[in-house]
Design a protein around this ligand. Structure first.
Ligand SMILES: Cc1cc2nc3c(=O)[nH]c(=O)nc-3n(C[C@H](O)[C@H](O)[C@H](O)COP(=O)(O)OP(=O)(O)OC[C@H]3O[C@@H](n4cnc5c(N)ncnc54)[C@H](O)[C@@H]3O)c2cc1C
Length: 405
C-alpha cells in the first residue's frame, strides 16, 4: 500500500483484518494524508478548515465515540446589511424556525424550493439521485426553483467552502450526494483535531506494518521502489494524492486540483452564542469563517476563541482581516493572527460528467484508490479504499467471501 491517507488506511485495515500481509509505505511522518492537524501555541490547528460529517456512509467504519466529536449547528449564519440572520435546520432546532423563515433569502416559495431540494437529496434513494440528468450544481438548483437571493446569500458561499469553487460548476450529482450527508448527519471536529481520524485507522494496523518517511519512487507489477530499495508484493495499491498517482501510474488521470487558503485567529472570547458557520458575503473574498472552538472547545488551550476563515483565492491575512472581523461583528483589532496555510492540492475538482466509482483494479496486480477515484471527500477516499481492498482480496483469495463494504 503506497500512502497512508484515509484511502490507503481504509484499504490496509480491511486487508489486514482479512489476514492479508499488508505493508503501508508513507512518504510523510504522520498517517492521515490531507486530513492533518498541528499544534500552534497550544491551539489545535487543522490543515485548512475541515470537518467530519457523520452522514457519510463510511462514517460506519470509524469509532465516532472515540473521536469525541464536537458539533456545529446544522445551518449557517449570514449577514445582510450588517444584520445577522441564522438559517438553521428546524428539525434539530425548532426554535430557529422563526429566524429561518424571516431570513432575507427570497420569497417563501423560494425557501420552500430549497427545503424540497434538500429533502429529495436527503431521502430519495441514491440510485434515483444518480439517475437524474447531470448538470452543474447551479443549473440543478435553479431548475429546482432556488432563487437568486437563496443562491447568492446562502447556497453559493456554503457550497463554495465545501467544493472549493464558487461558480457552482461542480456536478449536480456530487452536490446531491453532499447535500444528502448534510441532511442525514452533523458536521463536527474530533477533540484531538481532524488528524485523529487517520490516527484511529492507523492504530488498527500492527505498528511494524506502517512505514513512515518512506517515499515510493516507482511502482510496477509486483514491485515498489523506494530510496532504500525494492519491495515485492502480490498486489501493489497506489493510494497517494491524485498528482502522485498520475505520475506513478501512466494511464491514470485525475481532475484539476482545487486550492484553499485558511487564516487562523484568536479572540479573547467567542462573539456567538452557539457553534455556527458564518458565510461570506456576495462579492467578498472570505467564503466562510467559524469559531471552531465553539464546536470543539478542545481546540483552544485556555478558553480563548479560535477562528478559522477560508478564501478560495490566495490571500494574505492583512487582505481579509476586516472582512473576517465584519463577519463576526467585531473590530479588526480584536483578531490576533495565529497562522495561515494555503493548501494547493486540497481536493480534485468534481465537474460533470462525474465518474463515480472509477476503476481501482488496473490489472497486473496494480491497484489505485484515493478521493480521485470516487468523490473529493473523506467519504470518497474511504469508499475507494474499501473498493480497492475488495478488488485485491478477490484477486489474492478468489475462493473467499468478499469483504463487507
Ligand atoms: C483544506 C482541506 C479541507 C478539506 N475539507 C474536507 C471536509 O470538510 N470534508 C471532507 O469530506 N473532505 C475534505 N477535504 C478532502 C479530504 O480531506 C480528501 O478528499 C481526503 O482526505 C483524501 O484522502 P486520500 O487518502 O485520497 O489522499 P491523501 O490524503 O492525499 O493521502 C495520500 C497519502 O499518500 C502519501 N504519499 C504521496 N506520495 C507518496 C509517495 N510517493 N510515497 C509514499 N506515500 C506517498 C501522502 O503523504 C498522503 O499521506 C479537505 C481537504 C483539504 C486539503
Amino acid at each position: 500500500m503506497i500512502g497512508a491517507g484515509l484511502a490507503g488506511l481504509s484499504a490496509a485495515t480491511r486487508l489486514a483484518g482479512a489476514g492479508v500481509d499488508v505493508h503501508v509505505l508513507e512518504a510523510s511522518g504522520t498517517p492521515g494524508g490531507r486530513v492533518a492537524t498541528e499544534h500552534v501555541d497550544g491551539f489545535v490547528v487543522d490543515r485548512g478548515f475541515q470537518v467530519f460529517n457523520t452522514g457519510y456512509p463510511r462514517a460506519a467504519d470509524l469509532d465516532l465515540a472515540a473521536l469525541d466529536l464536537g458539533f456545529f449547528e446544522r445551518g449557517a449564519a449570514l449577514r445582510v446589511d450588517g444584520r445577522v440572520h441564522q438559517f438553521v435546520d428546524p428539525r434539530r432546532r425548532p426554535t430557529g424556525l422563526v429566524g429561518t423563515v424571516r431570513a432575507p433569502l427570497g420569497s417563501p416559495r423560494e425557501k420552500a424550493a430549497l427545503a424540497a431540494y434538500a429533502l429529495r437529496a436527503g431521502y430519495a434513494p441514491v440510485a434515483r439521485l444518480l439517475r437524474a440528468p447531470e448538470t452543474t450544481a447551479e443549473a440543478a438548483l435553479r431548475s429546482a426553483g432556488v432563487g437568486d437571493a437563496t443562491l447568492e446569500r446562502f447556497v453559493r458561499p456554503f457550497l463554495a467552502g465545501v467544493v472549493l469553487e464558487d461558480e457552482l460548476a461542480t456536478s449536480s450529482r456530487y452536490v446531491d450526494l453532499l447535500w444528502r450527508s448534510f441532511v442525514r448527519g452533523s458536521t463536527g471536529l474530533p477533540a484531538a483535531g481532524m488528524r485523529a481520524i487517520g490516527e484511529q485507522l492507523a492504530g488498527r494496523l500492527p505498528p511494524e506494518r506502517l512505514h513512515l518517511r518512506t517515499a515510493v519512487r516507482a511502482v510496477g507489477p509486483g514491485s515498489v521502489t523506494t530510496d532504500d530499495g525494492r519491495w515485492t508484493a502480490g498486489a501493489v495499491v497506489v493510494a497517494t494524492d491524485p498528482a502522485t498517482a498520475t505520475a506513478l501510474l501512466p494511464g491514470v488521470d485525475a481532475a484539476a486540483p482545487r486550492e484553499v487558503t485558511t487564516h487562523l485567529h484568536v479572540l479573547p472570547r467567542s462573539p456567538w452564542p452557539s457553534p455556527l458557520l458564518v458565510l461570506g458575503q456576495p462579492g467578498g473574498r472570505v467564503v466562510n469563517t467559524a469559531v471552531v472552538s465553539d464546536a470543539q472547545p478542545r481546540y483552544s488551550p485556555d478558553g480563548r476563541a479560535l477562528v478559522s476563515s477560508s478564501t478560495l483565492e490566495r490571500t494574505r491575512e492583512a487582505d481579509v482581516r476586516e472582512e473576517i472581523a465584519a463577519a463576526h461583528g467585531i473590530s479588526p483589532g480584536d483578531l490576533e493572527h495565529l497562522t495561515s496555510v494555503t493548501v494547493p492540492g486540497a481536493q480534485p475538482a468534481a465537474l460533470p460528467p462525474l465518474h463515480l466509482r472509477r476503476p481501482v483494479d488496473l490489472g497486473d496486480g496494480l491497484y489505485v484508490c484515493g478521493d480521485h477515484r470516487d468523490t473529493p471527500s473523506i467519504q470518497g477516499a474511504m469508499a475507494s479504499g474499501a473498493r480497492a481492498a475488495r478488488a485485491v482480496l478477490r484477486a489474492l483469495r478468489p475462493s473467499e467471501v468478499s469483504l463487507p463494504a
